[in-house]
Write a protein of this length. Structure first.
Lengths: 578, 351
């Protein structure tokens, strides 16, 4: 993954498209995105607003919101959601900082592997984290069985599942690589001359770090922390399984239960409004911090990386090496133990284990499908189908929006940018709730249909397509478009033979992201599916629920394999995932 | 504080530094050379950021090469200013003072003093981002000077600035350096800058010093072809030594025989390069006693204060720079003349 660090020049939309003198010429291009977003994002979102803000008679009321904000149970849920997110964030940052330093300042063998591993959480479905966690840390998991074998204890010594500890641990596992990644990139881009200048002026050690390095680093740490906080605040599957009950419920889980179990759409919608306001607030904070990071990085000089052996000569060498090993294990061990388990068959609960392909054979040959169960093979087929559908819809949607926002000038552009990125701030549970609410009383009820799931996945995925394609659009020098046109190519010809080849990598990256998001998605799918539309993550979720861990691991291994391919593709193209 | 670098060596996989020089108290030495010649590495060795494999650095009579950078009391100025973006101007300048235990009014007075010195009176509260490049570099200079360093190290301090500002700030740096009588090492790749600012210049190539001397010595008596070509335009003729004649050395080349400055250490038959500068050449009509080459005019550029002619003879290009306007036609044959005193004989460079 040795990528050259060359400066990338970004072109702003100072040069509007030479062909678009009329500002409203952009409108036809926007027709498809606007129609799609209206039907499958804003209409559902609006109906949640209406549901949560009106009484039975249909007149406006803040009563539902008020009762959420005065109810002791709901307040405790909000409090718990924030607490677990804050604890998880602190744990992730503490776990991530040493790694950020080592990755930023040292070179060593296997560094590229560790660096690539830090992108894993971006493509790893949350259900896999849950699965790996149960298999590795569970009472009957790898860690406990290993400890029992070593110490000779009768009972599992580590009881972490179904507690706040489990949630925080799983979140830290899921998010600390993000902290490593974000902070190390800031750390390596701090102008090395700043530290040299400070040293020349007599600063060293802790003083040098706290007065010179830390102030440069702080925006990066805060940005990583706020991103982690947002992820943990709206995390769903991890809480649903590892929290294991109403005591450890977060807002997302409560909304899910309100919508699917107690069928109280009014309370669900009101809670959804409260949560969305909070997460949009956090999102705004993150974007502000992100802006400060890019400002701090303007100097753009790279630190020279020292060989890791230098660190070994200091007292910090052993802890640092140990840390790297632990990082590697923490990320890889749960996944590996899930993979390992999938090749094991055990006779009875405490029976002997032996290597076997039994679970895979069951997956592929046990194709009995009834109204309530679905074969694992069709779960795989469903997941691949939704993945391809998500690519099909989100690619034109995201690319068109990216093209328009980077290339054209039109009125209310800032508003348009914000509106098209809004799905990032709306959780997918709420999106699912919106679909249920919006279409339930219409002749066209889409809940339980395949396209509801495909559209929901599209809405979740397309902002990532915008990201990856607008990044390449911005790198295209507007002059080459003018050059092509002056050489006789018309607008379409220019797009086809000049721009498209240049943005190809961005489109492929966007498609890959869309696919990864779709095959790992469980939240909105859980809200909208019917048993015949079971996907791999949902099948795994249900297998964990029925304690059929081995089959869950086999399906999980297949999902991991799919994600691994996606991960390799993204890594190969060198896209910055955040 | 005099500075001596004695046999400083540092090996890299594809490169080696091997440097020795000394500079008297209060003088400014410039390390001049193309990029990648090791001048910044040498500066970082003096500052203590890079440890040499062998050799010693002696500052004011004591060895400093074992000291960490923060104990060397060297003031540093970087090309990219490296000002602390989280501090304002006054706090940047005060940073080194705080590190050395200064407090309160003393810091304030010292900061004011330095802002006066670099002509930035009243800039105390300004943020770094509100300053122009030139102003930032003045603040960086003030910050480096604040704790009274024993030596000042400047690493291409003017490279990021535009031409006019460069000259202005160059003069200011020299004025301040002379006023404080501060021993200074200055790194640049710009020969004009080096000539203007230095007491001494060390021309570097591939990690070692080719020649050390005053500006005049470097320009008028280069010791190698590399030095001659790096510090100005040259005309070079491959030739062979014939012998001595009337206080000069006579050489023979494909353009005929020439007289050059006395090179008594040269022996007859030796291959050498004869070098003369374009601005020491003339165009003559008729016979002259001096060295003459007949060449065809290829181009003629009027530059305002001078005229630059490109001529060619037997596949070799010659440049002539005349201080007045001349009229010549492309394709015509002219005679280039240059006096023996201006001809330098240098060893043929090994490619």
């Amino acid at each position: 993954m040795a990528r050259g660090h060359h400066e990338v020049k970004l072109y702003r939309r100072e040069n509007p498209d030479p062909g678009s003198a009329r500002p409203w010429g952009t409108l036809p291009l926007l027709a498809f995105p606007l129609l799609f977003l209206s039907l499958f994002f804003f209409f559902p979102l609006g109906s949640i607003l209406v549901e949560g803000l009106t009484d039975e008679g249909g007149s406006f009321t803040l009563g539902h919101i008020r009762s959420i904000l005065t109810d002791r149970y709901y307040l405790r849920v909000i409090g718990f959601t924030a607490t677990q997110a804050a604890l998880s964030t602190v744990a992730s940052v503490i776990l991530g900082l040493p790694g950020a330093y080592i990755l930023a300042r040292f070179s060593f063998r296997g560094k590229s592997v560790i660096k690539a591993l830090t992108t894993v959480p971006f493509v790893l479905p949350s259900i896999i984290v849950v699965l790996g966690f149960v298999i590795f840390f569970g009472n009957n998991g790898f860690l406990n069985r290993a400890l029992m074998a070593v110490t000779g204890l009768e009972d599992p010594p580590l009881k972490v599942l179904y507690s706040l500890r489990a949630i925080v641990l799983a979140h830290a596992f899921y998010n600390f690589p993000i902290c490593i990644r974000l902070v190390s990139s800031v750390w390596s881009r701090i102008n090395p001359n700043l530290e040299r200048a400070a040293q020349g002026l007599g600063a060293h050690g802790l003083k040098l770090f706290s007065r010179v390095t830390l102030p440069q680093l702080l925006p990066g740490i805060l940005a990583a922390a706020s991103l982690t906080f947002i992820f943990c605040f709206t995390s769903f599957a991890i809480i649903l399984v590892l929290g294991g009950g109403p005591k450890y419920s977060t807002i997302e889980v409560v909304i899910y239960r309100l919508a699917k179990v107690s069928l109280d759409l009014k309370a669900g919608s009101a809670f959804a409004i409260v949560e969305s306001l909070l997460s949009i607030l956090f999102m705004w904070g993150y974007i502000k911090l992100q802006g400060r990071v890019s400002f701090a990085e303007k100097a753009g000089r790279k630190h020279e990386e020292r060989p890791f052996s230098l660190l070994f000569r200091t007292p910090w060498g052993i802890p640092a090496a140990l840390y790297l090993v632990i990082v590697f294990l923490i990320i890889v061990a749960p996944m590996l133990s899930a993979v390992g388990n999938s090749f094991v068959r055990r006779s009875g609960w405490a029976g002997n284990s032996r290597p076997s392909l039994f679970w895979y054979a069951k997956l592929f040959f046990d194709t009995e499908t009834s109204a309530f169960t679905v074969s694992y093979l069709s779960a795989i087929k469903n997941s691949l189908f939704f993945g391809l559908m998500t690519i099909t819809f989100s690619l034109p949607l995201g690319t068109l929006i990216a093209y328009v926002t980077t290339r054209r000038k039109f009125p209310a552009q800032g508003l348009f940018d914000a509106v098209t990125m809004l799905p990032l701030g709306i959780s997918s549970i709420i999106l699912g709730l919106g679909y249920i609410r919006a279409y339930q009383n219409l002749p066209w009820d889409i809940t339980g249909r395949w396209y509801a799931i495909a559209f929901a996945h599209t809405i979740i995925a397309y902002p990532f397509v915008i990201r990856s394609t607008s990044a390449v659009f911005r790198k295209i020098n507007p002059s080459i478009i003018k050059a092509a046109m002056s050489l006789g190519a018309n607008r379409w010809r220019t797009f086809w033979s000049v721009e498209l080849p240049l943005i190809k990598s961005g489109i492929i990256a966007g498609a890959t992201f869309a696919f990864a998001i779709s095959i790992g998605e469980i939240n909105a799918t859980l809200m909208l599916y019917n048993p015949r539309l079971t996907t791999i993550p949902i099948a795994i979720y249900r297998l964990i629920g029925s304690y059929n861990y081995f089959a869950a691991c086999a399906l999980g291994t297949i999902l991991m394999l799919l994600c691994f391919i996606v991960f390799l593709l993204i890594d190969k193209m060198g896209f910055e995932v955040t | 504080m005099s500075l001596t670098l004695k046999n400083i060596k540092k090996s890299y996989p594809d490169f080696e530094i091997d440097v020795s020089f000394d500079i008297e108290n209060g003088k400014l030495i410039t390390l001049l050379g193309p990029s990648g010649c090791g001048k910044t590495t040498t500066l970082h060795i003096i500052a203590g950021f890079i440890g040499p494999d062998s050799g010693s650095i002696i500052l004011g009579g004591t060895r400093v090469d074992m000291l960490p950078p923060y104990k060397r009391e060297a003031g540093l100025v970087f090309q990219d200013y490296a000002l602390f973006p989280n501090m304002n101007v006054a706090r940047n300048i005060a940073f080194g003072l705080r590190m050395h235990g200064w407090t309160g009014d003393r810091i304030e007075r010292r900061v004011e003093e330095l802002l006066d010195l670099v002509h930035l009176e009243g800039f105390e509260r300004r943020s770094i981002t509100s300053l122009s490049g030139g102003e930032q570099q003045r603040v960086a200079l003030a910050r480096a000077l604040a704790p009274n360093p024993r030596i000042l190290l400047l690493d291409e301090p003017l490279s990021a600035l535009d031409a006019k500002l460069r000259k202005e700030l160059r003069a200011d740096i020299r004025r301040i350096q002379k006023k404080l009588a501060l021993t200074t090492v200055y790194v640049t790749h710009d020969q004009e800058e080096a000539f203007a600012i230095s007491d001494r210049i060390a021309v570097m190539k591939n990690g070692s010093i080719e020649q050390t001397g005053t500006s005049q010595e470097i320009y008028n008596n280069p010791k190698t072809l590399f030095v001659a070509e790096f510090v100005g335009l040259t005309n070079t003729i491959e030739a062979r030594v014939l012998g001595r004649r009337g206080g000069f050395t006579e050489v023979e080349s494909e353009f005929g025989r020439f007289l050059a400055r006395d090179g008594s250490e040269l022996s007859a038959g030796q291959k050498i390069s004869l070098v003369f500068r374009p601005e020491r050449s003339r165009l003559v009509r008729g016979e002259a006693d001096a060295n003459i080459i007949e060449a065809e005019v290829k181009s003629c550029e009027y530059l305002g204060d001078s005229t630059l002619l490109e001529l060619e003879a037997k596949g070799t290009r010659f440049t002539v720079k005349l201080s007045q306007a001349v009229f010549c036609t492309t394709g015509e044959t002219r005679r280039i003349s240059f006096s023996p005193e201006d001809c330098i004989l240098l060893p043929v460079s090994h490619p």
